[in-house]
Write a new protein. Sequence first.
Lengths: 396, 316
Amino acid sequence: MEWKRQVSLGYELSIISGVSILILISGMIGSNFLLVFIGLLFLLFVYANKYYLNHVGRGLTLEIDKELIKLFKGEKDHFILTINQHSYFPILNAKLRFTIDHVLQFENNRKMLNNEQVEIEIPLSLLAKGSVEISFPFEAVNRGVAKIRTVELRIPHLFGFGDVYLQYAKQLPLETVVYSHLEEVGGVNRIIPKRMGDYPMKQSFYEDLSSLIGARDYIPSDSFNRIHWKASAKAISLQTKLYEKTSQFSWSIFINVREGNLESLLSGLTYLLEYATKKKIPFEIFVNVRKVGKRPYIHHPLGNGREHLQKALEIIARLSKHSVAIPFPQMLIMSQRQHILSPYVILCGKIEGYDQMIKLGLKRQTLDCYSIVEHDDALVLKPFSLYGKKVSTNAI
Amino acid sequence: MTIKHDVIKMKENIAKVIIGKEETIELILIALINKGHILLESVPGTGKTMLAKSFSKSISADFKRIQFTPDVLPSDVTGIQFYNPKVQEFELRPGPAMTNILLADEINRATPRTQSSLLEVMEERQITIDGETLRLPSPFVVIATQNPIESQQGTFPLPEAQMDRFFVQLDMGYPTLEEEKLIMRTYRNNSPIEEIKAVLTKEQVERMQEEVQEVKLNEDVENYLLQIIHMTRKHPEVEVGVSPRGTLALMKAAQGKAYLLGRGYVTPEDIKYMSPFVLSHRLVLTMEGSLKKSNKQIIREILSSVAVPVEAGAVR
């Protein structure tokens, strides 16, 4: 059954049925056929009323044209709800009401005070075996995920004697993911790779010996095993192999959902993630939202590319302050034990305790650590300072 | 014997092994008769390799398989010149690419260098080994498989140039409940791949390849096709639209669809049907676009926005 049904009959109907029985009895006693006829007519009216209320809206189905909408904060889109009426009873002056998470804003929506949802109410009239398509344009106003939580239809009786309340028992499949908007973060160019790895660089101390990019003339200081014999044979002079210059370059990003200024920091993080994807820098994300399993926190593993970014932004969109969180320092310590972190660590949120100990631990692993901080209404990437050593953000 | 009969025979033959994928089989046939290469993409365990194997067994032609891993070298695909000490000369040994049907299994596990070795093979149907060029036999089709969920560890995404060379990209998807029940019953105590027999000959395939070119497109249908292609280049969420190679592929695919249905002309419906399979893998979306929509969604949007031509006089 798609709808939960609740019928409320008006007290007028009970009065009319009582009166009609009285008229019927008095007509029968007085052998007055006119009164009997009137009494029967009233009874028929009451029966027709009850029959209508019990059967109106049966076989009503809902369809939605989209299942997943992804958009950035501030963007607009729409979805179309189709209501199909399979019954012969017309629906007139009904009110369709649905509630949806407040990350979306509709025309004439009403914010619900007790929860983070908005409600939309529209009039609805449907003739027998008819269908109607209603378009709902909206604007994404907050980061998050929006789902249609409840759909209700209140159908009044044609003459106002009672009404039918229908509540949609299933979940409509629409989900709208609103990504955080981008806010530029200063100082990101200062992260310079300096370890051995496979990230292609213009200049590096290290080379990827599996990635041959060409050959040049041999010079006496070149080592013997770098001679490109095939190229040398073709050129009839010694040639030296040229390899791609590479370094290790990847980011480990930690998010503290308990951070008071989370929205602003996540906007900065969205910028950093898009920057990393454009520069093909692999990244992984740790979030201190409690999860069942060996690792009691969310971990988006190391990777790069657009699909990786899409998954990361979806994780960020789904983060909520109401999630059950584990202490941020605990996640930082556990992640160091359970993973080999990338050489560049970026924190999104404050360390609530043991900060010096954790920072020292990260420094001992020779990891370069940064945190996203707000400075003069702008976001900057600030290197870690130890034991109260202050690094001026102006120097970045 | 009519083309419809051949198609039904082929479908029935493959359906012994692959259950509930009639549409995919038909699309592979369309690619085959258009000398196009096929990229099968699906989650593990949905029968990509099995489909490719049963398809190749259904045609009495040469079949070779390369299981791609990160250590497969370009020479493992194309071949090598090796020094034969007996005759004291260099000898040419062509690689597995010298065949009629080449199964490139898990193609995205090969390094970009090895993947690039297929560029010449796929487009020009020849291999060049140390300056010596060899023509590949006809027909020649590459059926590649890849797993979309392993985009990170140990895999290398196919470059755009390579993707453009695939005639169609097909997503196998999961079977329905009924189909899966049938799969369970079919595979309970036998291996149907052993029972597959060749139902088409090389000559029949070559005849089909010639006949499909005779299918006509009228000007309205041509314009409709071109409008779709041009919309892919103007769409705000598309960075790189469909190439002229893609235009030709869509035209041929529509011809193939009409041919398999026994028609001598292409309708807009053929173009609309084939567009998602032929065009979606050729699009490169912008960063914002790729975060919000998939390639197939963009193609659907374009198809819904381009006016479909109707027969003159049909609409007043």
